[in-house]
Design a protein around this ligand. Structure first.
Ligand code: HAM
Length: 425
């Protein structure tokens, strides 16, 4: 026997037992997006490598060491998308969705990063992303935060902490950057390899270092807040006033700089202490310069993305999938063809009914076992006797109730009652 082939490390299958729970999470998300007036956009999974270099930034972990990039047969460099914002902006520009317009967009799908896999961190993972365009005020930042907060409530998720910060405009960051380089250069001997490398290329990322040896040094570093221009400061204060008015708790984290270069002004993360080292469940912010940077007419923009595996891990016990069949239909002996016809008729008459028609023959006992295992509430049995009498037998698989035989004309009514009675059946 040849050796079986395994999935790629950090990329996992979702079993048929799990997918109904994922579908429940996805259904909640779709409902919420519609409720807030957001439209779904679908972008390709592969984009030109250049797109991510120009948007996420050359000196970021993602672009430096995490992208799945390859040369295709035409000699073009392509990359499996590590995130959705860049592709969404590209699609928005290309399809004329952004110029002189406002857009509220969302997407959901797989992303790829060659990180070291661990709990909550995968090489193929999924994001729910939201991107808005044409809104420059803090009211949109607040809307994004309220939308995410509502999703947590809808999913019964408590205990996430909201952290916010302002990264100001690129102009006010120039002066801050100089101060930061001066400060860290004066303590160069304390920097680790990564930070030394970033000292001149991307010094703000040192603030985001996860190395505990750098903690004190980072805490004492100059704060960006002191370098914010008045516009950024007012924007940030107005956002805080809106969050206060909406009763949303938050913490200002001056070290929240995010790992992607396109952010301006507001950045935020929803974090948890329940997933070990992988604390961010949702992260985003404003990226007012990105549309222009990628060749579009300037348009303010803001958005966020949720890590679905992380969210799923936190809410899976609250999800209520609706996937088990109501009915398992068994046609015995010569009644098999009639059973198939009945199944199709019931699917016409009761489109909400989840009905599995037994296939594959087998003895009566084996068929009842399958019916039970399917999770169905009822087994319907059409045997030769029932066929002759124009009747059908009903076995209640979950209730302590005697099997009964009823006229076939009554079946639709009985099943309609079953459908309306409870959430599950
Ligand atoms: P990000 O912070 O790189 O931002 O990713 C957003 C979320 O995706 C993270 O908070 C985390 O929950 C999840 N995530 C990231 N990497 C992994 C991984 N390897 N395994 C599992 N989950 C992961 C962005 O991607 C931006 N595009 C967000 C954004 C949208 N900003 C503005 N608009």
């Amino acid at each position: 026997m040849s050796k079986s082939i395994q999935a790629i490390r950090g990329m996992k299958d979702f079993s048929p037992d799990e997918t109904p729970y994922w579908q429940a999470l996805e259904a909640q998300t779709r409902r919420l997006m519609t409720q807030y007036g957001y439209s779904e956009i679908r972008m390709p999974i592969v984009e030109k490598t250049e797109l991510f270099k120009r948007s996420i930034g050359e000196v970021t972990d993602i672009v430096e060491k995490e992208m799945y990039s390859f040369e295709d047969r035409n000699g073009d460099w392509l990359t499996l998308r590590p995130e959705g914002t860049a592709g969404c902006v590209r699609a928005g520009i290309e399809n004329g969705l952004l110029y002189n317009q406002t857009q509220r967009l969302w997407y959901m799908g797989p992303m790829f990063r060659h990180e070291r896999p661990q709990k909550g961190r995968y090489r193929q993972f999924h994001q729910i992303g939201v991107e808005t365009f044409g809104f420059q005020g803090p009211d949109m930042d607040a809307e994004l935060i309220l939308l995410s907060a509502r999703l947590w409530r809808a999913l019964g998720l408590q205990g996430l902490q909201l952290q916010i910060n302002s990264l100001g405009t690129p102009q006010c960051r120039v002066q801050y950057r100089e101060q930061l380089v001066e400060y860290f250069s004066a303590h160069k001997e304390q920097l680790d390899e990564d930070s030394t490398r970033r000292l001149h290329s991307n010094p703000m990322r040192i603030l985001d270092s996860k190395n505990p040896d750098l903690y004190a040094l980072v805490q004492d570093a100059p704060k960006l807040e002191e370098y914010l221009d008045s516009e950024s400061r007012e924007h940030f204060q107005a956002l805080q006033a809106m969050l206060d008015a909406a009763g949303v708790d938050y913490v200002i984290n001056p070290c929240l700089v995010r790992g992607l270069d396109y952010y301006t002004k507001t950045v935020f993360e929803w974090i948890t202490d329940r997933l070990g080292a992988q604390s961010a469940v949702c992260a985003g912010g404003r990226f007012d310069g990105l549309v222009e940077q990628l060749g579009g007419k300037p348009s303010p923009a803001a958005g966020f993305a949720i890590g679905m595996e992380r969210l799923f891990e936190l809410v899976k016990d609250h999800l209520q999938p609706q996937h088990l069949p109501h009915v398992y239909l068994i046609g015995l002996g010569d009644a098999q063809i009639a059973a198939m016809q009945l199944a199709e008729r019931l699917r016409d008459e009761l489109p909400e009914l989840r009905l599995v028609n037994h296939c594959g023959g087998g003895g009566m006992k084996a068929q009842f076992k399958k019916a039970d295992k399917s999770g169905a509430a009822l087994a319907l049995i059409l045997g030769e006797a029932e066929l002759q009498n124009n009747s059908i037998s009903i076995k209640y698989l979950r209730d302590n109730r005697e099997q009964e035989t009823v006229p076939l004309q009554k079946l639709q009514e009985i099943l309609a009652q079953v459908l309306s009675k409870s959430g599950r059946v």
